[in-house]
Design a protein around this ligand. Sequence first.
Ligand code: ZN
Length: 269
Amino acid sequence: MPELPEVEVSRLGITPWLQGQTITNIIVRDVRLRWPVPDTLQQACGRTIQHIRRRAKYLLINVGIGDIVLHLGMSGKLRVIDAQHPPVKHDHVDIVLSNGKCLRYNDPRRFGACLWQPNDVLLPLLSKLGPEPLTSDFTPQRLITLAKGKKSPVKTFIMDNDVVVGVGNIYANEALFMAGIDPRRAAGRVSAKRYQMLTQTIKTVLEKAIAQGGTTLKDFAQSDGSPGYFAQHLRVYGRSGEPCEVCDTEIKSVVIGQRNTFFCPECQR
Ligand SMILES: [Zn+2]
């Protein structure tokens, strides 16, 4: 599943090809994504792309009067290719541009989304989101306040989109390791000092992943187009049974909130 860094790198990758181009056609081959692709999307035809933003894992392609809202779901991929290029299986949507290219959305599992959001209406799925982790809106104070009295595990807490968006499973595991916090600990029982540390480590793991993904950008408009998962060095994720890099203790794995969780029982308390 593409996580926040992959979506951000996709945004960086497609922006130079899309910005300033006029949309000449929108071809929808299959409307059956997570929600049906709406007819209102056609309003973007004839409009010029102003900018592309990211909110959580949504990409918002602004055409002046509104945004085309894209979500990659579990298996979605975006490619910038020649519009003449014949579509293959699961190529559901083409946004055709005046430069002869098109932004092609492929999604075998169809959990992704392609929606229309007029300027004056915020889609409900975007209006309820917590702050972006890489902005100054995401503060230790926010975690401290929201965690008060919470008995749910701290890992579940930081993966909750109401608390902060875009902290996926891999990054939650890594950030908790770097902050020395046991992922099973009740959110309400993590000290203010450690929430300060955790806020910073969440920002650090995400920034690092985006920076690493940026190195794949030159290939973005070529064959595959997907930045995929970044070959980031993971210190606990997927490493159960291996020795901890810091203390040599065996990395353990448990399931928390139906997600695989990895931690060092010595370094994380
Ligand atoms: Zn350790």
